[in-house]
Each structure stands twice: as C-alpha cells, then as structure tokens.
Design a protein around this ligand. Structure first.
Ligand code: ADP
Ligand code: MG
Length: 364
C-alpha cells in the first residue's frame, strides 16, 4: 500500500513570544489528517479568526515546522525531504492564499505570474508553448486568455485575480490545492464564481481541495467533509451535512446559530469575532471551549475531552457525548464521507482507483 499524499500526525505548533514575560500560543494542538489522492475530496476547515487555520495550512505546506508531531509527504517527514522530493512536493501540493493582490507585483503584467512557475519548473519551452500553456490554464478557471493576458493586475477584478492564482496553481497539475480563505477578500458577488471554479477542478480534474475559511456558509456549499477548529483544537469533524445540520459540539452549534445557512437571498457572513475571553488553555487543562460553553460542567475544566464518535460520519470533542465511543486520532479520517466510497466497495468509487485494503489511509 502506497503512503498517502499528505499526513499530519498529532501536529502541535506553539509560538513563543516575549523576552521578559514569555508568552506561549498553542496555535494548533495535536492535529491529525490524512489526504489521500485516490479519493479526491473537498474538505473544509472552518473556525473563527485565530483558531489556527492558517497555521495548519502552513504546516501542511511545509512553511512551518511542527513543535510536536509530524507532517509526512508520501510517507516521509517534510523536514527530511531532499531537493528532488521538495520539488516534487511543490508540484503535487499547490497553495492559493487569501489576498490575490499581494502576490501580484503591480508593475508586471498578469502574464508574469504565470510565466514564473513555467520557467522555474520547465513546463514549456519557447514562447508559443508557454503562451499555449497559459491559455489552457486560464481557460480551465473560466478566464478568457485574450482578456486576461497582457493586462496589469489593477485592470482585473479581485475575482479574476484570484482565478489567475488558481490558474497558476493548475500549471503544475497538482494533486491537492490548499486554499486559505481564497474568497474572503473578494466581492461577495464574485465569490460564487471562484468557488465554482474550485469545485469544478475537483469534479473534472480530480484535484483534491483543502478549503480553509471562517465562513461556514461557503464551506457548506462547496465541501463534502468538514473540520471545525476552535482555539487550535478540533471541535468537531465529519461529513458536512450532519455537522452543519445537526452540530454536536456547542461551539459548532454557536457557529451554525450565528451564521446564515445557505440561502442565496441572505448576505454572506462576516468574519466572526475572535474569542474575547483571551483564554489560552494549556494543553491538558480542560476543554478550551469551556469558558464560553453554556453546558460546561466540572469535568470540562479538569481534562481535555477526546473525540467522541457521535454518528458514523460525525465526531466531537465534548464530554456531552461521553457515552459514545472514543475515536482514536489514527482513525479520525474514518468519519469523512470520502471514506464511505471505499468502505462501500471499490466499484462505488468514481475514479476506480481504490484497491482492496486502501480503506485504511493512515500509514502504519
Ligand atoms: P487563523 O488562520 O485561524 O486566523 P492563525 O493560524 O493565523 O489562525 O493563528 C492561530 C494563533 O497563532 C493565533 O493566536 C495567532 O496569533 C498565533 N500565531 C500565528 N502565527 C504566529 C506567529 N508567526 N507568531 C506568533 N503567533 C502566531
Ligand atoms: Mg488565517
């Protein structure tokens, strides 16, 4: 059995700051996830500002190193990759970030953004081949090359700029795109087109997408599975339908209650405020959500709850479900629906790539 594309095993990231008064921020705590390209998926990671989403993305992209735990790329620790493996990683896993303007240099035409990876990865030789590749890639994200190439970034809308960034990611034919808040800086009216582009890449090209957002509404619209983060911890995860329609964790319940459910006539949700209590729970000292939780009881302050599997496709880190089976981190991904296809038998998987024995995605 081949190793999964990307795997986070009990990854913790602690930021330390301050010289006189040392301050520790547990940005992400014991986060585990497996991304297996044989089951192309759209997985959302949602949480309020400061919940650790970008830290998680940066760890998976190899832009941060874990304080504890491991991130593995095709079975190998990210920090141990040699030059060639690193290069392969950068082709396999592409990132799209929040601010498409930040990446553009306003003095260069849009073409430049696409030419750089083509040159760097030697994707095409000569002017014509380069141009063809750029056109192909732009077409895939629904942009007309003749209306895009030759322009300066300020001549495009935010939505168009972000789609150019997706086109750039596509040049390398990635297996996975990690998109960190790709539409939050874009006008609400244009968000749907960008999200639709991403969704089609998944459907048509089999590219997996890790969609990171503070906005539960778009997560619900685009993804099949979801992870809810709160203060660096997984609060709840599972198939998007049960998690959004009947959330178990009190934090998810709060999110669902405060964010409009998909209804095209209602406005998009603004970013929820970060927790005002400012509490930074020390690992091992109770549930991080307890200070805000309407159901908190003594046990919640004593020890961090494990993940309880409340349903086949849903699990929550909350003692309210202590009667349900504990879900070990090694099996966390088994609550995602993308697993269901495999469990139901290879004939039900769309891409026909599932092999017997593939269902266990955590490498042993
Ligand atoms: P999100 O993307 O969900 O808004 P982040 O991952 O950016 O959350 O941040 C999670 C926590 O880690 C926050 O408390 C943030 O202040 C802290 N943090 C993130 N990056 C750094 C850093 N480079 N140095 C210190 N603290 C950081
Ligand atoms: Mg962020």
């Amino acid at each position: 059995m081949t190793a999964p594309l990307l795997e986070a095993r009990q990854v913790t990231k602690i930021f330390r700051s301050g010289i006189v008064q040392r301050h520790e921020t547990v940005a992400l705590d014991k986060f585990s996830l497996t991304i297996d390209p044989s089951q192309p998926t759209i997985l959302s990671v949602v949480g309020e500002s400061g919940s650790g989403k970008s830290t998680m993305a940066r760890l998976l992209l190899g832009l941060e190193t874990p304080t504890l735990g491991q991130v593995l790329y095709r079975g190998k620790d990210m920090t141990q990759l040699n030059r060639d493996e690193r290069r392969q990683f950068r082709r396999d896993v592409q990132a799209v970030f929040q601010d498409p303007f930040g990446v553009f240099n306003s003095f260069y035409r849009v073409d430049h953004v696409l030419e750089v990876p083509i040159r760097k990865f030697d994707l095409a030789r000569g002017r014509d081949a380069t141009r063809r590749l750029m056109e192909e890639s732009l077409a895939l994200v629904g942009l007309r090359p003749q209306e895009t190439l030759g322009r300066y970034p300020h001549q495009l809308s935010g939505g168009q700029r972000q789609r150019v960034m997706v086109a750039r990611a596509l040049l390398l034919k990635p297996t996975l795109i990690v998109a960190d808040e790709p539409v939050s800086m874009i006008d609400a009216s244009l968000r749907a087109t960008v999200l639709d582009t991403l969704r089609r890449l998944n459907q048509d090209l089999g590219i997996s997408l890790l969609y990171i957002t503070h906005d539960l509404t778009t997560a619900y619209q685009i993804s099949s599975d979801i992870i809810v983060l709160y203060s660096g911890r997984v609060a709840e995860l599972g198939a998007v339908n049960p998690v959004v329609k009947s959330p178990r964790h009190p934090y998810t319940q709060l999110l669902v209650g405060s964010i409009p459910l998909p209804d095209p006539t209602r406005p998009w949700a603004d970013e929820p405020e970060a927790s005002e209590t400012g509490e930074q729970a020390i690992p091992g000292q109770g549930c991080v959500f307890a200070p805000r939780c309407p159901h908190a009881f003594a046990r919640c302050l004593e020890a961090e709850p494990p993940l309880y599997r409340t349903q086949p496709f849903q699990a929550a880190t909350c003692y309210l479900y202590a009667g349900d089976p504990v879900l070990p981190w090694e099996q966390m991904d088994s609550v995602f629906t993308r697993q269901q296809a495999t469990l139901a038998g290879p004939e039900k998987t769309e891409r026909g790539k599932a092999e017997p024995g593939k269902e266990v995605t955590v490498a042993s």
